[in-house]
Design a protein around this ligand. Structure first.
Ligand SMILES: Cc1cc2nc3c(=O)[nH]c(=O)nc-3n(C[C@H](O)[C@H](O)[C@H](O)COP(=O)(O)O)c2cc1C
Length: 221
């Protein structure tokens, strides 16, 4: 079998015109939307996936903690994702309500990084999204105490079977009490576009607490 040469793995970027400050003339949100649309058009799997990093406060001091979630809404106010409020991320966000979220689409040589404060969304927003979820996803959310250990796959399947029975006659399965959305309200959004010879384009937008642009700056790659 051929040896896996990780060090030799590299892609050449380039192709589209250079990202410039003018692409941000209408703010950060339209460009996030455009790059997300590009990812959808390109057929990338889970185009709205983003890596969410939070801070875990431990006895040893603060520690970074990251995992992938799906962006389920985008507006000038920020990005929304849904999860269990008592999950590891939920507990971390209750203690330190700040996070970063990174979209990466290597096939397009695009990355977007957002950083800011995180706020639970109002119940009506969660409910509207919840109602759009397939029944199986709703049952799964009820079955799982996210981030808690479970003895086996069989035990997990048993939990799902229990909630399936419990809601068998319920058409409109309610939102679990500790499940819902968070909005990350960015104070920084950085766009990265891969270029030839590793001289990539990075443009950072800094925002005030009302979401108004404070600065658009080019960063060295
Ligand atoms: C592509 C992808 C999308 C995911 N989307 C979500 C999501 O939207 N919400 C969520 O709670 N977990 C999602 N997960 C699972 C999380 O990565 C994670 O395992 C889970 O939320 C528990 O994280 P925590 O223990 O850090 O709280 C996704 C995982 C992958 C790989």
């Amino acid at each position: 079998m051929r040896e896996l040469d990780i060090a030799a793995m590299r892609a050449e970027y380039g192709g589209e015109p250079d990202l410039t400050e003018s692409w941000l003339a209408d703010g950060w949100e339209p460009l996030v939307r455009r790059w997300l649309e590009d990812a959808v058009t390109s057929g990338i799997a889970e185009p709205n996936a983003m890596v969410l990093a939070t801070v875990e406060s431990s006895d040893e001091g603060p520690r970074p903690f990251s995992r992938t979630v799906l962006c389920k809404d985008l507006s000038p106010a920020g990005v929304i994702f849904y999860t269990h409020y008592d999950s590891a991320k939920g507990r971390q966000l209750a203690a330190v309500p700040h996070a970063s979220a990174t979209f990466v689409w290597p096939a397009l040589a695009h990355q977007i990084h957002l950083r800011g404060s995180v706020h639970p969304v109002p119940d009506d927003i969660t409910l509207a999204y919840w109602r759009s979820r397939p029944r199986n996803s709703r049952l799964g959310a009820w079955a799982s105490q996210q981030s808690r250990p479970v003895g086996s796959r069989a035990e997990l399947d048993g939990l799902l079977a229990d909630v399936t029975t419990r809601f068998a006659d319920v058409e409109d399965i309610p939102v679990p009490p500790r499940w819902g959305g968070y909005r990350l309200r960015p104070d920084v959004v950085e766009f990265w576009q891969g270029r030839r010879s590793r001289l990539h384009n990075r443009i950072r937008v800094r925002l005030d607490e009302r979401g108004e642009t404070l600065a658009v700056e080019r960063l060295q790659p």
